[in-house]
Design a protein around this ligand. Structure first.
Ligand SMILES: Nc1ncnc2c1ncn2[C@@H]1O[C@H](COP(=O)(O)OP(=O)(O)OP(=O)(O)O)[C@@H](O)[C@H]1O
Ligand SMILES: [Mg+2]
Length: 357
């Protein structure tokens, strides 16, 4: 799958973008503040309806305009799909093949996207939420009923937490436990199965990029040797004091270590960026093998924190995944692109994006 036509209007400083990307590699270059990251942001909006830089869409909409639009044509084998999004401060209008859809997940299914940015190390440095999101992205794309189950779990969790905060009776609170446990078990099994399948690919990419083998551990969100139903009833009075449910897959943690030391405490900045790229490459390759689905990979400021040989190694591995890749860089000379590597170059200047031969 690849984006064969991309149009964007009123996204940040971009001026009526209308480009036909290469199916493999696209290099987007230009000076600081020209609009390179904004172009990636536009593509990201088509997959998630959100920006990766801010939660406030009004900051992405061009100053003094009230809405932004992004449109893409996707080629998937013989099939062509059209994705469009119009976002104002108040609402998002999503259209897939000219029909209005109400769930962002429809976009995400059509356009599986991975994003590597200079801020990517926060995945290892911050709390477990982003690592759970990393995991759930993979399971969502490989197991199609996962989303329904995940939603069901979070619905019940909210209801149980509301009952806890309202200090309802034990019977009223524990009425939610059966459904909560059922969904929790499915989520946990899916995540564990996914990680088992992902690990060999992660090891291979990690070895290729930083010559180190990670140890991976998944903590499911409650002690493995205790049944969840028992823990939920035992912790009920404490849950009621705190107003939320302490045990369940919403508290799961995914940890990466090297020789027993957490990744973010031992890896250099460049190694951290490369290791997270390895995690994402593993996901992309797994999805391609399991479902024959190709991703789009956005790499913002690829050169940041990487020396010349690591940049080349990363580009080689990115290209080997068969994903469509968009790389931004301030100057094309920072990248070594093999002469037989099919690619297109786009120059961005004051918000104008122009293909250069
Ligand atoms: N809502 C907005 N409307 C108009 N312009 C904006 C808006 N938000 C940001 N900008 C401007 O858009 C320009 C492009 O920003 P962008 O982050 O895309 O640049 P870039 O090419 O990625 O630069 P760098 O190489 O420094 O990362 C900047 O000058 C920024 O100030
Ligand atoms: Mg940028």
């Amino acid at each position: 799958m690849s984006i064969t036509l991309l149009r964007a209007d009123q996204v940040r400083n971009l001026l009526e973008v209308d480009v036909q990307p290469h199916t493999q590699l696209n290099i987007i270059y230009g000076e600081n503040a020209s609009g390179k990251t904004s172009l990636l942001e536009a593509i990201h909006l088509l997959s998630t309806a959100r920006s990766f830089r801010t939660h406030r869409i009004q900051h992405v909409i061009q100053h003094e305009k009230d809405k932004l639009t992004v449109f893409a044509r996707l080629q998937n084998g013989p099939h062509v799909h059209q994705l469009g999004i119009e976002r104002s401060k108040r609402k998002a209008d999503i259209r897939v093949n000219n029909e209005t859809v109400h769930q962002t997940s429809v976009l995400t299914r059509h356009l599986p996207l991975q994003l590597i940015t200079p801020q990517v190390s926060s995945l290892l440095e911050q709390g477990p939420k982003m690592r759970r999101r990393f995991l759930d992205w993979g399971v969502f794309h490989v197991k199609h009923d996962y989303l329904n189950n995940w939603r069901a779990f979070h619905r019940v969790l909210q209801q149980r937490n509301a009952a806890l905060r309202q200090r309802q009776s034990i019977q009223q609170i524990s009425v939610w436990d059966k459904a909560l446990i059922e969904a929790a078990m499915v989520i946990t099994q899916c995540r564990q199965g996914y990680l088992t399948a992902l690990l060999p690919m992660l090891q291979q990419y990690s070895h290729g990029l930083i010559q180190l083998q990670p140890e991976l551990s998944y903590q499911q969100g409650w002690p493995v040797d205790e049944p969840l139903d028992k823990l939920l009833s035992e912790s009920l009075s404490r849950d009621r004091e705190r107003g939320h449910t302490q045990y369940g897959p919403h508290r799961a943690e995914l940890m990466f270590k090297f020789s027993g030391v957490p990744a973010h405490e031992v890896l250099s900045r460049g190694q951290m960026k490369l290791f997270i790229s390895a995690m994402q490459l593993a996901q992309v390759t797994h999805l391609s093998k399991e479902q024959n689905i190709q991703c789009v990979i956005l790499v913002d400021d690829l050169a940041a924190e990487l020396d010349r040989s690591r940049r080349s190694a990363l580009i080689d591995l990115l290209m080997a995944t068969q994903a469509q890749v968009f790389i931004t860089v301030t100057e094309p000379s920072l990248l070594d692109i093999a002469s037989d590597q099919g690619h297109k170059m786009f120059h961005v200047e004051h918000g104008r994006v122009r293909e250069v031969q």
